[in-house]
Ligand binder design. Structure first.
Ligand code: GTP
Ligand code: SPV
Ligand code: MN
Length: 586
């Protein structure tokens, strides 16, 4: 018996499933699991999957989760390192033994009457030196199928693991879906995750945020690399040169959209490599190389349309042998098509809301849940980069940080150097979204878009970032963006495909084609250098987009200082120095 088999057996002794099914990630298996979810398994008293109109939406299925289980639950997510200080003020913490004792009671017998699915998968290309093998155990087809879409699942993972103990372990059960019995616990020192009581993406698809960010960020700290909440794109210029760029934006702040941006500038084209997570290593040549460890998109449905993100609509309708899942969207009863706010202008006559009830617009609720999502294979993306499967990853020319800021933060700025760029990431703020269950629209600091995802003390993370930079030859330039600045309640910038104009400025800066204006927070564009051909935007709005207002920044600096102070002595001096410099120049 291998170490893996032994581990699976022990977990089965605890959770007591009726059956154990080892998944191979094949086409037949996916079809079979969908069928079980349609006909046998139940959730909320209904089926796990509903078939959608396959003529218009090939291979697409609808899933409705428990109404209390629709987003990540940060207050129920823990990092259980032996020492509390190692989890840091950025994480909830519980002593590992205590956490296990608490959860063992909940896991005891929780799979009675159910099947345990054993999901062996690799995050990253099997031939990549940066890839990691993992196994998740779950008791619901929704998670098994979602992981089949989102990861490279099957035989290769088992081969990679062999008889070693070097693999990520995740134990998941939907439990009784009672929020009081819901916990997502990470044990970074043991490469282990225990999650119970939720079927929602970030809580239950353990290869994603739990492993590829919280656990992987800790592995990166140990092993000298970075696991980041970043998309990866290649931007092709009219001259045919491709620059690879990473961008960190907090949850529901535009990564998926930027990852498949359809350029409105002639000659420019964006190639997709990833929309959510990057693992970044230093290559033999001393440059940064990034891989996307995932194999699919788990994206926000509302707002996705032929106007905003046509390439995603195409991706969703591409229908290969991988199924495509829609979670908590609305349903057009007449056509059996999925529907969400923003997909088109007309509200269908016979619309069923995300909870399966007749939709009554006058009640003022959304028909699709604001955090309703799709799960779709990256292989269906028509602009998937030919480098996606390159085991070495792609060389990185620039890193972008961004947030959702109604005020204060300019459309684009460029940091002075790597440490100043690290500081610009560390001081990031963003207004909260429906991706997590808490109040929406509240400004919070979200360093590098990693606040909910860093598996250890963020002060150590900042230090790691700075040290990492010292090992890179010619560190990439670092930029900050904000698509969401408003004036009188309206967005100042059209966003989406028009963001290519900002990316063009970034490339012009990388290629040393243009100058820029120095401000205390970094370089901002001379307005003449932003290509606005064909764009109907008043000149005064452009001025407003790049404004750095003293009174707003004084308030901002106070908030940043308070945030940093929580980390006490562990906060690296270099970051304090950057804050001092900013203070003085403001
Ligand atoms: P996660 O999957 O939670 O990590 O989200 P994400 O960062 O991938 O965000 P996504 O691209 O799904 O966008 C979230 C929401 O922001 C959607 O409703 C989009 O329509 C909206 N959005 C994305 N890009 C832009 C933009 O450039 N301008 C404006 N105004 N809205 C945008
Ligand atoms: C996010 O919330 O940042 C997501 C969705 O990408 S989840 O996988 O649920 O974390
Ligand atoms: Mn995300």
């Amino acid at each position: 018996m291998t170490i893996l088999e032994k581990w699976v057996e022990q977990q089965a002794e605890l959770t007591k499933p009726d059956k154990i099914h080892w998944c191979d990630g094949s086409e037949e298996e996916m079809r079979h699991l969908i069928e079980i979810g349609q006909k046998k398994e139940k959730i909320n008293g209904g089926p796990v999957f509903f078939e959608l109109n396959h003529k218009l939406w090939p291979n697409c299925y609808l899933h409705r989760s428990h109404p209390s289980d629709v987003a990540r639950t940060e207050h129920l997510t823990y990092v259980c390192s032996p020492e509390k200080e190692d989890a840091g003020p950025n994480n909830n913490w519980m002593d590992p033994d205590q956490a296990k004792e608490k959860l063992r009671k909940l896991f005891n017998g929780c799979m009675k009457g159910r099947t345990m699915y054993v999901l062996p998968f690799i995050m990253g290309h099997p031939d990549s030196p940066y890839a990691k093998a993992c196994v998740e155990l779950t008791d619901i087809t929704y998670v098994a199928v979602s992981m089949g879409i989102m990861t490279r699942m099957g035989k290769k993972a088992l081969e990679k693991i062999g008889n070693s103990s070097d693999f990520g372990k995740g134990l998941h059960s939907i439990g009784d879906l009672d929020p009081n019995n819901r916990f997502i616990m990470h044990f970074p020192q043991e490469n282990l995750i225990w999650s119970i009581g939720s079927g929602y993406g970030g809580n239950a698809l353990l290869g994603k945020k739990c492993f590829s960010l919280r656990i992987a960020s800790y592995l990166g700290l140990q092993q000298g690399w970075l696991a980041e909440h970043m998309l990866i794109i290649g931007i092709e210029t009219p001259q045919g040169k491709i620059h690879y760029i990473l961008a960190a934006l907090p949850s529901a702040c535009g990564k998926t959209n930027l990852a498949m941006l359809k350029s409105t500038l002639p000659g420019y084209k964006v190639w997709t490599l990833g929309d959510d997570i990057s693992w970044i290593n230093i290559g033999k040549d001393g440059r940064l190389y990034a891989i996307n460890p995932e194999f699919g998109f788990f994206g926000v449905a509302p707002g996705t349309s032929m106007k905003t993100n046509p390439i995603m609509i195409e991706t969703l309708k591409a229908g290969t042998y991988y199924p495509t899942l829609f979670t908590n969207v609305a349903l057009n009863k007449d056509t059996n098509e999925p529907w969400w706010e923003g997909i088109n202008e007309d509200i269908p006559k016979n619309l069923i809301d995300w909870q399966g009830r007749k939709f009554v617009p006058e009640q003022g609720n959304a028909a699709a849940h604001p955090n309703s999502r799709f799960t779709v294979s990256i292989k269906q993306c028509p602009v998937l980069s030919s480098e996606f499967d390159n085991p070495a990853g792609v060389p990185i020319s620039a890193i972008i940080f961004g947030g959702r800021r109604t005020q204060t933060v300019p459309l684009i700025s460029e940091s002075f150097d790597w440490i100043n760029g690290g500081f610009s990431g560390a001081r990031m703020g963003s207004e909260t979204t429906a991706a997590a269950t808490s109040k929406v629209g509240v400004l919070r600091r979200d360093p590098m878009a990693m606040l909910p995802f860093c598996g250890y003390n963020m002060a150590d993370y900042f230090k790691h970032w700075i040290e990492f930079g010292k090992r890179i030859n010619n560190p990439p330039k670092i930029f900050s963006v904000n698509w969401f600045r408003k004036d009188n309640g309206d967005f100042l910038w059209p966003g989406f495909g028009e963001n290519i104009r900002v990316l063009k400025w970034i490339i012009d800066r990388i290629e040393n084609n243009i100058g820029a204006k120095e401000t205390p927070i970094g370089f901002v564009p001379h307005i003449k250098d932003i290509d606005t051909t064909g764009l109907d935007i008043p000149a005064e709005n452009l001025e407003k987009l790049f404004e750095v207002k003293k009174d707003e920044w004084i308030e901002e600096i106070n908030d940043i200082e308070k945030f940093f102070a929580q980390f006490g002595k562990r906060m690296p001096q270099e970051i304090w120095n950057e804050l001092e410099k900013l203070k003085k120049s403001i």
